[in-house]
Design a protein around this ligand. Structure first.
Ligand SMILES: Cc1cc2nc3c(=O)[nH]c(=O)nc-3n(C[C@H](O)[C@H](O)[C@H](O)COP(=O)(O)OP(=O)(O)OC[C@H]3O[C@@H](n4cnc5c(N)ncnc54)[C@H](O)[C@@H]3O)c2cc1C
Length: 447
């Protein structure tokens, strides 16, 4: 996830045009043109919303039987919602905050006070004083760095950078456990520049600030209402994309085909790689697609009959399989409560490969061990993004020497096809980034 110097221009081109009365014709031409948007995640929904506001005919083509993509709220029981995908809305995420306001959606604070359970015991963790001082110096130096200096930093991984700057063993372990939850993989695989961007330029709580009341899918619902469900083709897996002088053609696994003037493709790179492209994608783009990895994250939701943890904003970083536990149903009115286990990398894959009964037993054991209790999970639901059919990961992880080399290539339009999605966003790895790129691609077509 990366905070860059995002040009705050996304709000400037929005019109206040009423949304009713636009053509429902899938591929019909109007004065502005017809656009196919591939994917009904936040990038696709934001793109379609903006295009429709500006008078285009838009059809969204979505593989799943639901909209929202990696934003996936689940009602675990009456009055209790959990997020199987994106959890936090960041305090610096201006566009998503503006959209929530525009659509009348309220946010609640979703911050946590965390402790640590490491080497078999629980403690209030703090870094050594000399490291804290050194780290603050590194962060403030980063804020002054030129683009060239940042590119130099990008040649190191985050683990190596911390080691080279003298972090000691125990502090390094905590950094590994905590920071890897931000990137979804070990900090040994994350660019030092990406990590610095994240920690030097984010809100004080690292963009883990709010959530939408009722679940983040409320924003999906609001988008869908504005776009019109009739303009979204669910359960249509794109398998072929052709373009020529006539425009573009998209064919789906179920045999249906759509033609239009232009495409906005918001699919994750794995999905892009599974499509037959005619003509073929440029070799540089194919290489970039093959180079980018996505994080393996398993979100496990553990419903308990009571909130036996001491406080509503409870969170614990651990060296257990479940890794990071937090009380995701804080401020939701019920006797029961849900602890989320957020597990990454190899741990997530291990949890993902076992059967549900064993996974539940191990996670229950983690909770009872760290809280020295003997509670039973009443209901379990989890989602392993590392095996998601269309993404094969939670969000992109830029390793060393990738951000400045492959991201511009992934972003580049190809004929009448424009690209969007969190993986190419300045706010990479966030809902905000997905929205920004969707609106940016739409704006490229509008202007
Ligand atoms: C576990 C997890 C935790 C996260 N935590 C946060 C967080 O706390 N805060 C935050 O801001 N963000 C978070 N994110 C990231 C956030 O969810 C994403 O950045 C954002 O939702 C991505 O939107 P997108 O539109 O780029 O991609 P997607 O949401 O993936 O949308 C792409 C769409 O394309 C569809 N598709 C794929 N292949 C095809 C095909 N062949 N044909 C047709 N359709 C296809 C997919 O089904 C999907 O709906 C998290 C994500 C995950 C998974």
């Amino acid at each position: 996830m990366k905070r860059r110097d995002f040009v705050k221009n996304t709000g400037l081109f929005l019109t206040t045009a009423a949304l009713s009365g636009y053509s429902t014709n899938v591929i019909g031409k109007n004065k502005k043109g017809s656009i196919l948007v591939l994917g009904a995640g936040f990038a696709g929904l934001a793109a379609a919303h903006l295009l429709i506001q500006n008078g285009f005919n838009v059809t969204i083509i979505e593989a799943r039987n639901r909209t929202g993509g990696r934003v996936f709220t689940y009602n675990i029981q009456d009055n209790l919602t959990v997020e199987l995908g994106a959890e936090w809305v960041g305090a610096s995420h201006e566009r998503i905050l503006a959209l929530c306001k525009q659509f009348g959606l309220s946010l609640q604070e979703h911050r946590f006070k965390e402790e640590a359970f490491i080497h078999g015991s629980r403690y209030k963790h703090s870094y050594q004083a000399n490291w804290t001082k050194k780290y603050e110096g590194l962060l403030s130096a980063y804020r002054q760095m030129s683009e060239k200096e940042k590119q130099k930093l990008d040649s190191l991984d985050w683990w190596r950078y911390l080691v080279n700057n003298g972090i000691e063993e125990e502090d390094l372990l905590i950094k590994e456990l905590l920071d890897s939850t931000d990137f979804g993989e070990s900090i040994r695989f994350v660019s030092a520049d990406m990590a610095m961007g994240e920690y030097a330029e984010s809100s004080p709580d690292n963009e883990m600030d709010f959530k939408i009341i009722g679940g983040n899918s409320k924003l999906t619902e609001a988008f869908v209402q504005k776009i019109g469900l009739k303009n979204i083709k669910l359960e249509h897996v794109v398998t072929k994309i052709e373009q020529g002088k006539y425009g573009v053609k998209v064919t789906c696994a179920n045999g249906s085909a759509f033609t239009a003037d232009k495409i906005i493709c918001t699919l994750p790179t794995y999905a892009i790689s599974k499509i037959q492209w005619l003509p073929e994608l440029p070799e540089s783009k194919q290489k970039a697609i093959n180079a980018l990895q996505y994080a393996r994250i398993y979100k496990n939701q553990l419903l308990f009959g009571s909130r036996f943890w001491e406080r509503e904003n409870f969170a614990m970083i651990t060296d257990l399989l479940g890794q990071y536990f937090f009380h995701t149903t804080q401020k939701q009115n019920a006797v029961q409560g849900v602890l989320t286990s957020y597990s990454i990398g190899d741990k997530a894959m291990t949890l993902g490969s076992m059967n549900e009964s064993l996974r539940k037993t191990l996670l229950e054991n983690d909770v009872n061990t760290m809280l020295n209790t003997n509670q039973k999970i009443q209901k379990y639901v989890g989602y392993y993004w590392g095996a998601d059919k269309f993404t094969q990961g939670a969000y992109a992880v830029y390793g060393k020497e990738q951000w400045y080399s492959i991201r511009p290539i992934l972003k580049k339009p190809f004929g009448n096809i424009f690209f969007a999605g969190e993986h190419i966003a300045e706010w990479q790895g966030f809902m905000e980034g997905a929205i920004n790129t969707g609106e940016e691609a739409a704006q490229n077509i509008i202007s």
